[in-house]
Design a protein around this ligand. Structure first.
Ligand SMILES: O=C(O)C(=O)C[C@]1(C(=O)O)C=C[C@@H](O)C=C1
Length: 97
């Protein structure tokens, strides 16, 4: 049987991979924010969130339940929204300076 230590090393490796993907996603969110500001669109989009949640539930082949996967995604949407608000605030401050 694999030791707990070596299993945890595998988990750590997967966490690193997840963080690389989250870094990519956050960079795209920043680009999206600029496009939203340019076209005067609001930061949150509930319709889009519902579409993603539906798609993700169909695509979910993990052992995590659809409900738990949805919860993870809701946390990601919240983080994206926080990032957009933070960046928007920064962009506004730069304009005022
Ligand atoms: O697609 C958008 O408009 C986004 O702002 C990105 C995103 C996401 O993280 O996927 C975040 C917040 C929105 O409510 C919907 C989706």
């Amino acid at each position: 049987m694999q030791s707990i230590k070596s299993i945890r090393r595998e988990i750590d490796q997967i966490d690193s991979e997840l963080l690389v993907l989250l870094k990519k996603r956050s960079a795209i969110i920043q680009t999206l924010l600029k496009a939203k500001i340019a076209s005067d669109q609001k930061l949150s989009d509930e319709q889009r969130e519902s579409e993603i949640l539906q798609k993700i539930q169909h695509q979910n082949k993990s052992l995590y339940s659809s409900d738990d996967i949805s919860e993870i995604y809701r946390a990601i949407f919240r983080a994206s929204l926080n990032l957009q608000k933070q960046q928007q605030h920064r962009l506004q401050q730069n304009l005022e300076d």
